[in-house]
Every structure is written in structure tokens, then in C-alpha cells.
Design a protein around this ligand. Structure first.
Ligand code: FRU
Length: 475
């Protein structure tokens, strides 16, 4: 069986072989979701970047396709986005799929020069199978900053313009265009009082989203940060506010989209049906991504998650829910309506599983995933925070940052009452209260976890504990 090497996720996207990082060019077209990704097809570490390509009709089963974009004399192909040019504004044909990406000149970059990154476009008239790079590239030249990359482009109906959000050093710049070829700077976003140095800003996304309860539409600006995410290294933050076609204005304090260490470069699909906002992240961290103990391939994507927005006392928050079709992969294995704690169940297949339960509020709980060797991953839920600990989870010594400290997620005003864990070989996606809080973590046990243990404060019972197996997505 292929895709069956140790630690290889079975229902998360991974490249067939070699190195992958950010999702790129996420776009829906003609019934298919396209996933392009940062890809180095020669080694299992980062290097000259290409855009790998896969497509899916359900966001779960992926078909691997040939490499879409190769590096050339202008540079390596760094991250970016893709749009469908319905009205042929660029002149490449109506409904052309157009990729907007960064050229990165690594030689100049290594030599310490500044003008090393620029934005360029390529188009496809056959659903992303073959690509032609535009002769007039680059379409947006560097303004003299070393980090000038990861264009996210969308059509802004109200102004009839394309808008590009670009990460420029430690801020976001917005540009506009009528044809994707000529770009005009509109504004700069750099929050006031943002004193923390969060490293280089990367992979932005900007889109409107309607709040579930108030029906109010607000704009969300996602920014990925290279350093000092809540638990170290890289992470994804978001701002909520307004966009008037030129300027983004923040209306509340920034929040982190996922508080685990393994959720980065997250961006959303363009053109998804019914304006659904589906977000996908790279399930790793630059601190140790090139060292994780996998062979053949390196890195997976998170599961696609549906973004929503809810209003809490402390402001609006994004929610991330499993897409409904995820249920088609799951099969009930064991469930009980009322479960007394301490609870323990052995001989489970926790390497491809979904575990869910609810609790009366407030209720502190410690969830332990372990194996017969005593390697363990723990999730501690209290009233104010959730803490995950992978210090004895299995292989950890490939990098000292991997398990140096437990990971902490502070909670907002809502306490945790519903728990969902999605386990796939070497990862857990922890979604709490229907995706109001999320934490994504990697681990590398030397034997698969097979024992689930849950204890609660005051020995309060759990409700509706369900353990489901999850089917593999590869044939
Ligand atoms: C984010 C990132 C992007 C860049 C790409 C290079 O992980 O550093 O800013 O375009 O990866 O592979």
C-alpha cells in the first residue's frame, strides 16, 4: 500500500513524496477544489519552490496532479493565490484560472540584497492542468523591502477591482487592479500598539464574513506570523474590522486562529460555492518542520475547516468547524450516553479516529492518549485555559523546541463544554465548543496510541462519549 509509511496521515492531504509547505492558489472551479502547494520535488527539506497541485470534489479525497509551476530565471515560485477571471479582465480568456504568486530570487536574497521578491501571474485555460506564465512578469515590483510576498487576490464587487493583500516585512499592503497586470498601492495596514515582534508577516488573506447571530458582515484579515506565535514559532492570527475598497480598519483586538504549534500559512478557498469560507493550513511549524521524523515525504495540510463568525462578550471570534462531509469518512465504533470518570478504554485504534464528548459546565478534564509503552499526549481543560503536553509523546528529540514547554490556549468568556478530537497517525486537531477554540498538534509515538483516559474534577460524568474510526482517503 502506498501512503502507508510510519506517521503518514491517512485522511489529511500529503504530497506523494518530498517536501511540502504552504497551501497556495486555493480555488474552486467547475465542481472541483484545487489545492496548489509549496513543493520541492527533489528533497524532503525546503529548497527551490514549485507549485504542486491536487484536486478534489469533496475536499477530502484528493487526486494528485502534475506540478503546476516550476522555478525559472526570475526565481523560485513562492506562495500566492488563484482566481477565476470570469469577465476576462486580464485578456487570458473568460474563466481563465489565474495564479498570482511571488518570484523569489534566492541568490540575491542570500547575498543580503533587498529587491529579491516580486509578484507575477500565470494562467491556465484547462482547469489548472497546464500553465503559461505572463510575458510581462513581474506585475508588481518590489518597493525596496526584503520580504515582499504571498499575494492573496480577490474580486471586489463594489469597486469593480481586483484587490491584492500582500505581506510586506511586518505589515500588510493592499493594492488594486482592473486587469491583474497593473497594480496600484491603496493602503498599508499595521496595527497600532502592536508592540510584539512577531517576526516576518506572511500569507495574508482578506474576505468578508457574516456573523452567525447578528447577520452583520465584517471583514477578516488573516496574517501568518513567522515567529512568537502563542506557543513558539509560526502561527496564524486574524483581525476583524472593515474594508472600504481601499483600506482595512481593525475594530477589535487581534486573536490567534489556532493556538497549537502546528497550524500555519492558513488561507481560504476563492470562489467556493455559496460563499462558504473554507480554510486550510499547513500542519507544521518552521521551528522544526524540516526535522520531523518522517521519511519519503514531509508535512501534511490540516483538514479543511469551515469558517464562521460568532459574537461573544469579548468581541467577534472566528469558528472553525469540520466540513459536514467529513462525517462520510467516519464510522461509529463505540459510544455511551453517560460516562463515569475516571474513564479508561484500551485496545482502541486512536491512530485514525474521531473522539467527541460533552461536559457540564464548568468542568475540568484531563484527556490522555497513550500506548502500551507509556508514551502519552495530554490535553488539560480548565476554566481559563487548555494545555497540551507532548513532552513524553514519543519521538521528541529531533528538535529541542518540539516539546520544550506545554502549549497553552487561553479561553475567552465561554468555558469548554464540547470536545472534538480528530486523530490521524501523527496529529490531533482539537476543536472545542463546535470550533470556537482550536489547537492543532503533531506527535510521533513509537507505537500508535491505543488507550484513552479521561478524568474530570469532582468525578463528574461525561455525556455522549463517541469514538469513531475514520477511513483512509487514498485508494
Ligand atoms: C510561509 C512562507 C511564505 C513563502 C513560502 C516559501 O511559510 O515562508 O512566506 O512564500 O513559505 O516557501
Amino acid at each position: 500500500k502506498n501512503y502507508a509509511e510510519p506517521y503518514r496521515p491517512q485522511f489529511h492531504f500529503t504530497p506523494p513524496a518530498k517536501w511540502m509547505n504552504d497551501p497556495n492558489g486555493l480555488v474552486y472551479f467547475n465542481g472541483k477544489y484545487h489545492l496548489f502547494y509549496q513543493y520541492f520535488p527533489e528533497r524532503t527539506v525546503w529548497g527551490p519552490m514549485h507549485w504542486g497541485h491536487a484536486e478534489s470534489t469533496d475536499l477530502l479525497h484528493w487526486k494528485q496532479l502534475p506540478i503546476a509551476l516550476y522555478p525559472d530565471e526570475l526565481g523560485w515560485i513562492f506562495s500566492g493565490s488563484a482566481v477565476i477571471d470570469k469577465d476576462n479582465t486580464a485578456g487570458f480568456g473568460s474563466n481563465a484560472m489565474i495564479a498570482i504568486f511571488t518570484y523569489h530570487n534566492d541568490e540575491l536574497w542570500k547575498a543580503g540584497q533587498k529587491n529579491t521578491e516580486s509578484q507575477a501571474i500565470a494562467y491556465s485555460n484547462d482547469e489548472g492542468k497546464t500553465w503559461t506564465k505572463y510575458k510581462g512578469n513581474p506585475v508588481l515590483n518590489n518597493s525596496g523591502e526584503q520580504d515582499f510576498r504571498d499575494p492573496k487576490v480577490f474580486w471586489h464587487q463594489e469597486t469593480s477591482k481586483w484587490i491584492m493583500a500582500l505581506a510586506v516585512s511586518d505589515k500588510i499592503k493592499l493594492f488594486s487592479s482592473t486587469n491583474l497586470k497593473e497594480w496600484q498601492e491603496e493602503s498599508v495596514f499595521k496595527p497600532e500598539n502592536d508592540t510584539e515582534n512577531l517576526g516576518v508577516w506572511e500569507c495574508p488573506d482578506l474576505f468578508p464574513l457574516m456573523a452567525e447571530d447578528s447577520q452583520e458582515t465584517l471583514w477578516v484579515l488573516i496574517v501568518n506570523h513567522g515567529d512568537k506565535a502563542p506557543n513558539g514559532g509560526s502561527g496564524t492570527r486574524y483581525f476583524i474590522g472593515n474594508f472600504d475598497g481601499k483600506t482595512f480598519t481593525q475594530s477589535q483586538k487581534a486573536l490567534w486562529l489556532d493556538n497549537g504549534t502546528d497550524y500555519y500559512a492558513a488561507v481560504t478557498f476563492y470562489n467556493a460555492p455559496q460563499d462558504k469560507k473554507i480554510v486550510l493550513g499547513w500542519m507544521s511549524n518552521w521551528q522544526y518542520a524540516t526535522k520531523v521524523p518522517t521519511e519519503v515525504w514531509r508535512s501534511a495540510m490540516t483538514l479543511p475547516r469551515k469558517l464562521g463568525m460568532v459574537k461573544a462578550d469579548d468581541g467577534y471570534r472566528l469558528t472553525q468547524k469540520m466540513i459536514p462531509q467529513f462525517a462520510t469518512l467516519t464510522k461509529p465504533e463505540w459510544e455511551l450516553e453517560k460516562v463515569n470518570t475516571p474513564f479508561e478504554k484500551k485496545n482502541l485504534n486512536l491512530s485514525q479516529a474521531e473522539v467527541t464528548f460533552s461536559m457540564d459546565q464548568p468542568n475540568d478534564a484531563i484527556i490522555t492518549l497513550t500506548n502500551t509503552k507509556g508514551e502519552l499526549f495530554t490535553i488539560t481543560i480548565t476554566e481559563d485555559m487548555v494545555v497540551t503536553d507532548r513532552s513524553n509523546s514519543g519521538k521528541t528529540d529531533f528538535d529541542k523546541t518540539f516539546s520544550r514547554k506545554p502549549q497553552v490556549m487561553p479561553l475567552g468568556e465561554k468555558k469548554v463544554t464540547r470536545v472534538q478530537l480528530i486523530l490521524d497517525k501523527s496529529s490531533v486537531e482539537i476543536l472545542l465548543n463546535d470550533g470556537l477554540y482550536s489547537m492543532t498538534n503533531l506527535f510521533f509515538p513509537t507505537e500508535e496510541y491505543s488507550i484513552l483516559n479521561i478524568i474530570t474534577k469532582d468525578k463528574k460524568p461525561l455525556k455522549n462519549l463517541k469514538i469513531k474510526s475514520v477511513a483512509r482517503i487514498w485508494d
